[in-house]
Design a binder for this molecule. Structure first.
Ligand code: GDP
Ligand code: MG
Length: 263
């Protein structure tokens, strides 16, 4: 018996550790330009807004904690407000799609960011829908709307805002299973707004049976293939420029040699 107990110790420690392992959540910020995606990321992760913050040009993942929950948050470049996906440059669409592969094996939720100080209409709905659909089927049941500019709206009036903006916004909210939250990114001191958002996110993930969104591998292959072609074209262009320079230099040298010979 004395010999058995010590041998069980590592197993017990492993089980204890496994039960204590902190939960991990992977999420992606989506939305049109300047709605506050990067700011939402900063608010969630508790990072300060950078004074010289540049426009997000490429999708990138950041890590942090909210309480004991480890968060991987992918920020994306936004599309032009009110423009459907077919009018968005390929490079932006590609970055939006690439975001799914920056948090393997796939995001638990998409945070669809909307600025609540602006009016909403059918064009905005169409822009959001066409861009969200780039990500594949089943995206809506993993989506939570985050309304920014809570300081403009007043946190208690968000339902009024949704009702007041009419059918397009109400349809979007319904499409997302009535999952939404309002944030004031200018108030870093209000920790409850983040914990409440995290509760809604956790509720959404639990409602999906803790399944994450499974990105379509074909999208990844298409992006990689396009990248490869762009890189190949750039290399070819560079070698053409180099060859032209070399031949120009050769021409110049023979011209100079000819001139000096004549003189
Ligand atoms: N007043 C206010 N301004 C905000 C809020 N969220 C973002 N902003 C501002 O909106 C601008 C665009 O935000 P940013 O996060 O860069 O938008 P992104 O392009 O979607 O990433 C910045 O000047 C932010 O300071 C908010 O909740 N309230
Ligand atoms: Mg940004």
């Amino acid at each position: 018996m004395d010999a058995v107990l010590p041998s069980l110790l590592p197993v017990c420690l492993f089980l204890l550790h496994r039960n204590k392992t902190a939960p991990k959540l992977r999420m992606i910020l989506l939305g049109s330009r300047s709605v506050g995606k990067t700011s939402v990321g900063n608010t969630i992760l508790g990072f300060k807004e950078q004074e010289d913050a540049k426009r997000t040009a490429q999708s990138a993942a950041r890590q942090g904690f909210v309480g004991k929950t480890e968060i991987t948050l992918v920020d994306t470049p936004g599309w032009w407000k009110g423009f459907p996906a077919f009018e968005t440059p390929e490079a932006i669409k590609e970055e939006v799609m690439r975001s799914m592969f920056l948090c393997p094996p796939g995001p638990h939720v998409f945070l669809l960011v909307i600025d609540a100080d602006a009016s909403f209409n059918g064009k905005l709905l169409d822009a959001i829908t066409t861009h969200m659909e780039l990500l594949g089927e089943g995206v809506w049941r993993h989506t939570v709307i985050v309304f920014t500019r809570g300081d403009w709206v007043g946190t208690h009036a968000i339902e009024e805002y949704i009702e007041g903006e009419g059918e397009s916004l109400q349809r979007l909210v319904e499409q997302c299973g009535n999952r939404y939250h309002v944030l004031n990114n200018k108030d870093a001191s209000d920790g409850t707004q983040v914990t409440e958002l995290l509760e809604k996110i956790t509720g959404t993930v639990a409602g999906n049976g803790w399944d994450h969104f499974v990105p379509d591998e074909q999208i990844f292959l298409t992006i990689e293939e396009r990248r490869r072609r762009v890189e190949e074209a750039a290399t070819l262009r560079q070698s053409q420029i180099k060859a032209r320079r070399t031949s120009l230099r050769g021409l110049l040298q023979s011209h100079l040699a000819l001139v000096s010979h004549v003189n």
